[in-house]
Design a binder for this molecule. Sequence first.
Ligand code: ADP
Length: 488
Amino acid sequence: MLASDEFSRRTANELGYSGFYPLITALRQAPASAAGPDFLAAHADEGVRKARDLVAFTFRFDPAAARLETLGPEPGAATRAWLAGRLAARPAPQKGVERRYETITGDVTGSLRFAVLSPVDASAGSPVVGFGVATEALAARFQRALARGSLFPPSLSHGALGNDALSLRVFDPAGREIFRAGVPKEPYLGVERPFASDYNGMLDGFVVRAAVDAAAAPALVIGGLPRSRLPLLLGLLALTAGLIVTAILQLRRERALAQLRSDFVSRVSHELRTPLTQIRMFAETLLLDRVRTPGERRRSLEIIDREARRLANLVENILRFSREERGEDRIDARERDVVPLVRRLLADFEPLVAGRARIEVTLPEQAVACVDEEALQQILLNLLDNAVKYGPEGQVVRLSVVAAGSRVVFSVEDEGPGIPESERARIFEPYYRLPRDRSSSVAGTGIGLAVVADLARLQGGEARVEGTPRGVRFAVELPAAAPAAGAG
Ligand code: ADP
């Protein structure tokens, strides 16, 4: 922008002060009959002689008689008509505005017509003198303006940038390019500016389009902006880029989560339906007296009991999970001996194993931990259920409770397919299931381990997973004692 303004300024100098102005002055002082191009070429003043190439023809217009006389090469009927029309329609003189000359531009048969004339003076009605501009001579003036050195203000570029970093194009009022210097290397940073209009309206309607090579732009910015602002701008730029990236990531994450949620709903429905179907089926069998032996009767009841427990466990997980998601899960952790609690749980779990696995238990005499009874049950139930569910039939599942200083460690170990190390961090995430299990027949909702991790955390402990030679081991560490009053 600054470069294009500087270009306007220099052009005003080359074209106005060293061109139009001396020419018009000479014409006004000349005897009417002789004021033609030849007169100008032979003028005593060197400035007038040098500017003479700008003149195609000269004219004198008498407003009273609407008569146009020209000297030099005949401008042609169309140009004459245009000029006479424009001169006759000149606006009334503006009081208080003194101009050295005026310019008019127009379009005749697709070409630029450009005339410079003596200003409307106070004594309206006096003849107007002027000349038609040889438009091909304009380019030389633009070129000269450019040749006067770098258009970049030294304060900005520190003299480091020359006009070769710049491409300039000038367009006439009809939008035709009449001058071009330099070829812009794209991508470039460009501006389009009207020619500064305050130089006698010299090039009113003309436009300069200036573009700086992108490669050269940093030299301008770094050299020119106050130093303190550069880090700020860069910072803002980085911040904007960061925000955009974050928004995109967030969007992708939300989409992925929405997908997981909808998968979850269909999985839950499926998981609810399976035990319900079994319960209804065996209940009907009993109701309709279809069982033949007391053994069959007992088996039906066992299945109903097992499926009802499974259902209860699933519902409990979902409730825990949704409470946790809303931040509403409260637990009541107290110091208590967990051994009897674990024994009770094992008895409850037995029907769920249904002979698929052998549970080996290692319990100390006593182990005091600060736990919420139901939360601990839910944790162990989920871990045992997974161990049985994902491991092979006939495997040994080991449950142990070990008091280790200020912590009590509950662990469940199985002989199943294990969990690849790369997936271990993710399996505690809500809805997450290992790829191999997503399409397998092993039903699951993907929230069991999320609930385990949340409940462990709520009791002041943590859950982790580690590989074993034969399968996988989940461990939940809970505090042995309640935190001392006032601590933490
Ligand atoms: P799910 O309802 O799918 O069992 P979980 O949150 O309990 O949900 O477990 C998440 C995923 O971790 C399971 O889908 C399964 O892929 C994997 N996983 C959990 N426990 C075991 C295990 N004992 N052995 C192998 N993979 C397991």
